[in-house]
Design a protein. Structure first.
Length: 179
């Protein structure tokens, strides 16, 4: 049995209207979820396919970190889709520094986060002190490296150039550049 903690303001998203989202996660990942809405603790028990059961904690964690249930459930659709969480607080000195670095990742009017998605093909969410990415391993790796560059203070232009170069290198492998 696995345990994942979901932030209080995301419990409702995990459960969904009338429990609909929770039932869909349980049925598709072949698990049973026991959600403690007071503490945000979610117990995950595999009741079917053990491989699907192994993905369930990432699905719950992804929903908890701001992804839509549909995007989080896409982790079950393809063995190649992965979920990675980058904790910005590990790279910051204090709350002001965290807010500044988070702002660099989001960009003006959300443009940098959008470009991260467009140029990698991964889904990217900034929530609290974390940046989450869901995509193929190569896509997620490029997001991780670009976020690292932004957090380390690289100029946005340099990061965009890096992303465009990687986008061209990965070429046909990325979903957005397919015909």
């Amino acid at each position: 049995m696995n345990h994942v903690t979901v932030p209080q303001d995301r419990i409702g998203v995990l459960i969904g209207a009338g429990g609909e989202t929770m039932r869909e996660v349980e049925s598709r990942a072949e698990v049973r979820l026991d959600v403690d809405s007071e503490s945000g603790s979610v117990a995950i028990e595999s009741v079917g396919d053990p491989v699907a059961g192994l993905v369930a904690p990432d699905i719950v964690r992804a929903i908890g970190r701001g992804f839509t249930p549909e995007t989080a459930l896409s982790l079950l659709d393809d063995d190649l889709r992965t979920f990675e969480l980058i904790d910005l607080s590990e790279h910051t000195r204090n709350d002001n520094d965290l807010q500044r670095k988070k702002g660099r990742v989001i960009g003006e009017n959300g443009r940098t986060r959008e470009l991260l998605e467009e140029l990698t093909g991964a889904n990217v969410v900034v929530y609290g002190s974390t940046v989450g990415a869901i995509g193929d391993p190569e896509e997620v790796e490029v997001v991780r490296r670009a976020v690292g560059m932004l957090v380390d203070g690289a100029p946005h232009g340099a990061v965009y150039s890096f992303l465009e170069r990687k986008s061209n290198e990965l070429g046909d492998d990325l979903s957005f550049s397919s015909p």
